[in-house]
Design a binder for this molecule. Structure first.
Ligand code: C2E
Ligand code: CA
Ligand code: CA
Ligand code: CA
Length: 279
């Protein structure tokens, strides 16, 4: 696993020596990625802390490059945001997620959500409301099955306009979730003025909670205040059963992480859904 980790980081260095070339390479091959069918979504289960029940899935983008193999999103999304290809990619993600929702609904899965990550560029440069409305009607699904995840930094970038857009999107029944909470500069009191439904607490908060009472208290404080604001709380990056125990004692609603399940390939997620329906 040490060599796997190393490969992940040295991935592009072979033959392509500097960062500029690497970005250019990503940029040119990304142009063809959609038409060449190189993108896919994996689905990470989000579970209810109390009973391990399935609340839904977060859809995460994967790019399988014909020569380079799997290119991690943290490597190509920033490039796509810079050259605005994220607008096309984001539409592709929205379409694929809605198609998946339709198929799970028709399988008989009830009361679940699929969340997709939406970049700040999409929020501010695309007509996200219309795109979402079109995707929902294309697949004839209710907005209640869809959730969009946006970082607090993205919302605060052009706050007034972001709030207006998010409020409009919410009229479709789509839920809004704040991603990576705690990594930006905003405070819990700031959240009060935002039209949001879900708070995803960044995985950095999980680091010490199982052996440091103060860290667990900090997390507990965030959860308590978020709930007072009427938000659903989701802990990200839960890897250990000891962390899960703290989430129970601090009354966190939901959680996501390797402890429960890794992001699943589409067909594996399908099997997971079948199991849930069977119960
Ligand atoms: P994120 O939205 O915060 O997604 C969570 C990341 O944490 C995912 O990485 C996921 O695989 C990983 N993860 C899940 N459970 C655990 C755990 O227990 N431990 C650890 N260490 N990691 C865990 P991934 O899939 O590599 O995605 C990285 C980031 O790329 C995402 O962070 C998100 O910001 C971005 N991203 C992914 N898909 C999309 C997309 O469709 N659109 C946009 N705009 N961004 C995306
Ligand atoms: Ca996310
Ligand atoms: Ca996150
Ligand atoms: Ca992130």
């Amino acid at each position: 696993s040490k060599s796997l980790g190393k490969n992940k980081h040295t991935f592009f260095t072979e033959g392509i020596k500097d960062k500029v070339n690497e970005q250019q390479f990503i940029e040119t091959s990304m142009h063809k990625a959609i038409t060449n069918n190189e993108f896919s979504l994996v689905y990470q289960p989000r579970i209810t802390v109390d009973d391990y029940g399935l609340d839904g899935f977060e859809a995460l983008l994967r790019w399988n490059h014909p020569e380079k193999g799997n290119v991690p999103p943290n490597m190509f999304i920033p490039v796509a945001e810079k050259n605005l290809q994220i607008l096309d990619i984001g539409r592709w993600v929205l379409d694929a997620a809605c198609q998946k929702i339709q198929s799970w609904v028709s399988d008989g899965l009830q009361n679940f959500r699929v969340s997709i990550n939406v970049s700040t560029v999409q929020l501010h440069r695309a007509d996200l409301y219309t795109e979402i409305a079109n995707a929902l009607s294309k697949y004839k699904i209710s907005g209640q099955y869809l959730e969009i995840e946006i970082t607090e930094t993205a919302i605060l970038k052009d706050e007034k306009s972001a709030i207006k857009k998010l409020e409009h999107i919410k009229t479709l029944g789509v839920r809004i979730s704040v991603d990576d909470f705690g990594t930006g500069y905003s405070s819990l009191s700031k959240l009060r003025s935002l039209p949001i439904d879900v708070l995803k607490i960044d995985q950095s908060f999980m680091a010490d909670i199982s052996d440091d009472i103060q860290a667990a208290d900090v997390l507990g404080g965030i959860i308590e205040l978020a709930k007072r604001l009427g938000l659903t709380t989701v802990a990200e990056g839960v890897e250990l059963s000891a962390q899960h125990d703290v989430l129970i004692s601090q009354h966190c609603d939901q959680a996501q992480g390797y402890f429960y399940a890794k992001p699943l390939l589409e067909n594996v997620a399908d099997g997971y859904v079948q199991e849930c329906i069977g119960k």
